[in-house]
Design a protein around this ligand. Structure first.
Ligand code: TYD
Length: 141
């Protein structure tokens, strides 16, 4: 994973084969730094929809925009950053305790997300002030 400067943006580049089509592949614990336990995808979003706006206590994810484009904002409680994804082989790593928002969906955006664990509603932090407190506590311990 490549981290750009001091930013929060860690990009993941998958192998891409281009002959008469585009073929991108991904393997757990190799291209993705965890065992993939869940995959989900988001499509048919209204243009300029905003999603996310939460953090996870433990879950780690990598998000690929395999069609169209999207802006992802990242916030670890101290630093804020953002990245635009628009290539199917380039993903962004969403670490645990990373407040994130997905916005500026294009008409055709398809997001493909690989997650390190099964769905667990208790892992979500949806309140920003609670996230800031939890992040501060985590930094101290
Ligand atoms: P959420 O994670 O809030 O979506 P986003 O990050 O795009 O804003 O999930 C939206 C709803 O879907 C919520 O009710 C939980 C449900 N959901 C599952 O049941 N399983 C899943 O794997 C995911 C990602 C969401």
């Amino acid at each position: 994973m490549k981290k750009t400067g001091t930013s929060l943006v860690k990009l993941v580049n998958l192998p891409k084969i281009t002959d008469d089509c585009t073929l991108v592949f991904v393997e757990s614990n190799k291209h993705i730094p965890f065992a993939i336990k869940r995959v989900y995808y988001i499509l048919d979003a209204a243009v300029n929809l905003s999603r996310g706006r939460h953090a996870h206590k433990k879950l780690r994810q990598i998000l690929f925009c395999i069609r169209g484009s999207i802006k992802i904002t990242l916030d670890d409680g101290e630093i804020k950053d953002e990245v635009v994804l628009s290539s199917p082989e380039v993903g962004v790593y969403l670490d645990k305790m990373m407040w994130h928002e997905m916005k500026e969906f294009s008409r055709d955006t398809i997001l493909l997300i690989f997650a390190s664990d099964y769905f667990n509603i208790k892992d979500y932090i949806r309140d920003y002030d609670r996230f800031l407190l939890y992040a501060k506590k985590n930094r101290k311990s």
